[in-house]
Design a protein around this ligand. Structure first.
Ligand code: SAM
Length: 288
């Protein structure tokens, strides 16, 4: 018997053996299992030998579906929420349901287990004392670049989910926004047969993915090292001279982007420096 509550039940992200004993007990005892995809979860429960009352609860479920689950808990039932893989509510549906259940004064009980972001971070070799889960980057390039610009300077490891068909584009934009030399990790197919964790510079990862299509297959997590601590100092004079010479040949933004691929500075930082030097040069000329 389970106390009436909403149980947030983590399920494996690839390896069935990663289901916890507690998750199995809750799924067995729950009155209702609310699933993102009832067929998918039906197969998982079948392989665990569990038969449960499955109800669909997903991203597009109307508010009324959440209310029915809240009422079921109010009537004394135990509701387990599961997503297709990993921890529900983490880039998965469920947080609104959690709020509705809390607002109705009922208990919410997390049943922890697999989560791709945390598994990737734990095996990444990147600092994990501070990290930011940034979810999926926007699929449109302009919005993606804007999002990248907001996280590139943070003093914390960044964790991103990415779709395989967008990996290359994302890495290209990350090289530009974080700088080619920023350390990063590609964690692919975690807990599965072709599990791969690769730590390299961003440009190294991009090259690796470009050279071998297999490295962008399956499910992926990207992790970026925190922004390096560096004095507020500007790029050195050689780099600046190169930047200015390049900017005589191509537009400033393009010059900054090209140079960012070969330096520790992002294209935004280089472009800002270029603009401020141009401003200074122009205002210098105005002085009689
Ligand atoms: N709730 C899930 C969790 O706890 O990890 C995440 C769901 S989100 C819709 C799916 C994304 O998680 C995938 O596109 C991929 O970025 C990441 N992911 C899920 N399983 C993975 C795995 N086995 N290896 C690497 N990344 C994975």
């Amino acid at each position: 018997m389970l106390e009436p509550a909403l149980y947030i039940v983590a399920t494996p992200i690839g390896n069935l053996a990663d289901i916890t004993r507690r998750a199995t007990e809750v799924l067995e005892a729950a009155d209702i299992v609310a699933a993102e995809d009832t067929r998918h979860t039906g197969q998982l429960l079948g392989s665990l030998g569990i038969s449960a009352k499955l109800l669909a609860y997903h991203e597009h479920s109307p508010e009324a579906a959440a209310q029915r689950l809240v009422e079921a808990i109010g009537a004394g039932q135990a509701v387990a929420l599961v997503s297709d893989a990993g921890t529900p509510t983490i880039s998965d549906p469920g947080y609104r349901l959690v709020r509705s259940v809390q607002d109705a004064g009922h208990a919410v009980v997390p049943i922890p287990g697999a989560c791709a972001a945390i598994a990737a971070l734990s095996g990444s070799g990147l600092p994990s004392d501070r990290f930011n889960f940034a979810g999926f980057l926007p699929s449109r390039r302009a919005a993606r670049r804007q999002r990248i610009a907001t996280i590139a300077g943070a003093d914390a490891t960044q964790i991103l989910y990415e779709a395989p068909h967008r990996l290359r584009e994302a890495l290209e934009d990350l090289v530009e926004g974080f700088g080619a030399d920023r350390e990063a990790v590609l964690a692919r197919e975690l807990t599965k047969r072709f599990e791969t964790l690769r730590r390299d510079t961003l440009s190294g990862l991009l090259r690796w993915v470009e050279e071998d299509d297999n490295q962008s297959r399956g499910e992926l997590v990207l992790l970026l090292a925190p922004a390096p601590e560096r004095p507020a100092a500007l790029p050195d004079e050689t780099l600046l001279a190169l930047l200015e010479d390049l900017a005589d040949l191509v537009p400033g933004r393009k010059a900054a982007k090209l140079l960012a691929r070969h330096s520790q500075y992002s294209s935004r930082e280089l472009y800002d420096v270029l603009l401020s030097r141009r401003d200074r040069a122009t205002s210098g000329k105005e002085v009689p």
